[in-house]
Design a protein around this ligand. Sequence first.
Ligand code: ADP
Ligand code: SR1
Ligand code: MG
Length: 418
Amino acid sequence: MSYEILSTDKLPEYLKSIDAMESIFSNFDNLEVIEVGDGNLNYVYLISNRDNPSETVALKQAVPYLRVVGESWALTRERMRFEIQALVKQKELCPELIPEIYYSSIEMSVVIMENISDKKILRGQIIEGKTFPNLADHMSTFLANTLYYSSDLHLPSLEKKAAVANFINPELCNLTEEFVFTNAYEQHETNSYNEALTQADIDFIQHDGALKIAVAEMKYKFMNNAEALLHGDLHIGSIMTNETETTVIDPEFAFYGPMGFDIGAFIGNLFMSYFSHEHRQKLLGNEQLDYRTWILDTIASTWNQFETKFDALWAKHQADKDPLYFDYPGGEADAKLQRETFIQRVFSDSLGFAACKMMRRIFGLAKVADIADIEDLEARACIERMTLQLGKILVTQRDQFHSIEEVIERAKIISPLQ
Ligand code: ADP
Ligand code: SR1
Ligand code: MG
């Protein structure tokens, strides 16, 4: 079938034409179709059989433009090829954390997958103050497995290079280069500012030489370090959770990039949630203290568990990859030192990327609801200043932090727990 943009009306016929749907739907005569897409780029539909609601799927389609801006911002549908490829690879590496894929079509820019509506988008639930005891365990597993197993630390050299070639995702990388590493740091036409911020707040970022150089260094790392297969957009709107389970969705920005980019995306978003809950603490009182502590504990636990899991995977396979290299008296200790040095560099990268992912959400076009939905603009500006302050420290001093606990102490100086 040649490409056409689907709609709620067209979907029943389309699904009926796909053989793979016969094992899901017992009939196609009474389907309910709801469009639920709330993202910036694509359309997502949930389809279920009114006669038997357990027969249900989610269908995502890319359109040839950026949804959040409209048809005037052309974007090829190639992104769906990367999303499909990444979902397949991530499913292989962490089966419990990725939705089941039932069907995909590059021609139609469509993926049909498990409807995971028993889970909700994590960002909204964090705004509501819900806790998720398994989140750090699940996200550290996702990060350790996808980053280690797709890298040169594990794959044979030729296989890794073929994978890099297969994931050259220039258009969406370009969006990240512009929206995460460039526009928010200059007087760009796509920026949008809370009117309660002052020129001094803007200059604090846009006229600070050390910060500008540090952000440019992170952008260069993003563009040139093909270390591992990244999700590429791992903010807390790309994660769906219920009380016990976690699912990672929406990997259309997938490409081979620096490991710290995914780690930084996740922890940077949690730091913004932490700051935003200072405002809610003022409104709702001190029971919010425990909630803010949970956010900080989740940040610490994600990094610390990632470090342990990544190191364990590497240690387990290190001798298989090259049995001779560290085969001498004291070699095992040297292998351990190599791993520690590597992981410390990934940590510093993660802080630098977390900072860029935070700062871009304040001045850039794409905001986060945790902060942008605060109605009192002065109160919102206070949270935005905290985000910018931590962002500036993390990107310029990223090599000076040696544990996630030190970073958390810094965040607590900016926004004390009480
Ligand atoms: P975009 O690429 O446009 O950002 P997303 O992949 O983030 O789109 O999906 C948009 C929304 O659709 C999500 O926020 C979520 O609410 C819903 N969604 C996406 N995938 C599923 C799924 N498999 N099951 C249920 N809902 C989903
Ligand atoms: C204009 S695209 C804005 C953002 O949406 C996506 O989710 C990515 O984070 C991208 O940077
Ligand atoms: Mg998306």
